[in-house]
Structure formats: C-alpha cells, structure tokens
Design a protein around this ligand. Sequence first.
Ligand SMILES: [Zn+2]
Length: 86
Amino acid sequence: MSVSCSHCSLPVPAGLVEADSELQFCCNGCRVAYEVIHEHGLDRYYDIRARVDAPQQPASSSGKASAPTAARLGKSSRSTSCRRWG
Ligand SMILES: [Zn+2]
C-alpha cells in the first residue's frame, strides 16, 4: 500500500508516512510548500493542478495515437500527389 504526497502526489517513503495524519508528504519541501499554499488561501492550486494533470495523460498516449493520424495524413497526401502526378 503506497501513500502519495499531499503536495506532489509522489509516493511517500515508508519512513516518512505519518499514520495519524491525513496529510502525507514525501519531503520537507512539499510540507512547506503545502503549508505556504494553504496559509495564503491558494488551495485552488491543487484543483487547477488536478485539471492540468488530467489532460496530460491522454496527451502522452496521443503520442502513440499520432501514428494513425500520420497514416491518415499520408493517405490524403497520397491522393493529392496522385492528382499531381496524374
Ligand atoms: Zn511531495
């Protein structure tokens, strides 16, 4: 069972997991960053980050999906080149 950092979402090393705490941090830097963000009422950072993170996964998988797109482009360019050469 892995615990993820409340700030950066990286796995928290077993030695740093606080059993009683709702908040878990992978390092002191994340703890301080989290505290500063909350102190200044910037909690929206986490909402925004969640939204920004979400499209990143499809984007990285669309790197693989670009192959069919390239094939489609290849088709269309072939048809135009046929016209050119025909
Ligand atoms: Zn962290």
